[in-house]
Design a protein around this ligand. Structure first.
Ligand SMILES: Cc1cc2nc3c(=O)[nH]c(=O)nc-3n(C[C@H](O)[C@H](O)[C@H](O)COP(=O)(O)O)c2cc1C
Length: 296
């Protein structure tokens, strides 16, 4: 891969910002509700955001100094005065209203009225929740860490969740949040977003105990396969044990294996056949086919 090498100190801040946004993506979006000193409601999206601890439950988002005039944003100033916020989830159903809330309305104008979203009372803090969002986290701000003084400098706003509200219609039968039901939006670089449902969801199950075999235990013929991809090798390296002689013998009796073995380039045909089983999630059979040469 030919790489572009970038020194942040020699690069225009706006350009470097976009390299970060395009690489650290997709990012969850905190839809942050606060109150100013006069009780006016404020709502703004923040995608420099994540969860950092679940016990205690800690969320952090960053409010950056504006690149244009080096001023700070209302959310930060409100939090400095009140020490409270509510972080709401942003779903596909409210994504366009969320972008309106990022407009720089004059201080004192509530984004709730501009976006048409509905404020509903919180239980433990004063800022309201967003009724149209299916998940709300009422937070007490524990600390604010200032990262710099120039345009683009962040302020890490460290929030402890005091109460969480989740709509029952986004839960599955085990009370776990179903990604297709909650249908979250993620932020990428520039104006790009990702809708986190449907084909965007990949369910990757990996055994952790006992530990897996790892790449270094894969036979060389498999590691150097012209057919298998890095992800195929990852599936094989993620197996807990190599196939037994019995499993390899069962694979040998598969009629498709006989067909592959009768081809002129039988080694490659076997790798293609094994890959088709790996794609179907039949990892043991795929690996057994790849290990036919290990049959006693
Ligand atoms: C999806 C999205 C994510 C954003 N993420 C951030 C962010 O992480 N930090 C930031 O300072 N501004 C971010 N912004 C811009 C702020 O939302 C915008 O400056 C807003 O006017 C701030 O509102 P406030 O002054 O009421 O706090 C984001 C905008 C959008 C649309």
């Amino acid at each position: 891969m030919e790489m572009l090498h970038i020194n942040p100190k020699d690069t225009n801040h706006k350009d470097f910002h976009q390299f970060i946004l395009g690489t650290v993506a997709p990012r969850p979006i905190a839809f942050v509700s606060t109150l100013d000193e006069n009780g006016i409601q404020n709502l703004a999206p923040y995608s420099f955001f994540n969860a950092y601890s679940s016990n205690p439950p800690i969320l952090v988002f960053s409010s950056n100094r504006r690149g244009t005039n080096n001023t700070t944003k209302d959310t930060l100033e409100n939090i400095r005065k009140t020490g409270e916020c509510v972080i709401n989830a942003v779903t596909y159903s409210i994504v366009r209203q969320m972008t309106i809330a990022s407009v720089d309305f004059p201080k004192g104008v509530s984004e709730f009225s501009k976006t048409g979203l509905t404020p509903i009372p919180s239980e433990l803090v004063k800022p309201p929740r967003v009724a149209e969002s299916p998940a709300h986290m009422e937070c007490k701000v524990k600390d604010i860490i200032t990262l710099g003084e120039h345009g683009g400098a962040g302020h890490l706003i460290i929030c402890e969740i005091l109460r969480m509200h989740v709509a029952k219609n986004v839960l599955d039968e085990r009370n776990r949040i179903d990604p297709n039901k909650i249908d979250l939006m993620g932020r990428m670089g520039r104006a790009h977003y990702v809708r986190c449902s449907g084909d965007a969801i990949h369910t990757i199950v990996q055994d952790y105990l006992p530990v897996t075999i790892g790449y270094d235990q894969l036979p060389t013929s498999i590691l150097h396969s012209p057919v298998l991809t890095g992800n195929d090798l990852g599936k094989l390296a993620g197996m807990v044990t190599l196939p037994t002689q019995e499993e390899i013998l069962i694979a040998r009796q598969n009629p498709e294996v006989s067909t592959a073995l009768s081809q002129i380039n039988s080694a490659e045909a076997l790798h293609y056949l094994a890959k088709s089983y790996l794609d179907k999630g039949e990892t043991i059979l795929g690996m057994s086919i790849l290990m036919l040469d290990q049959l006693n």
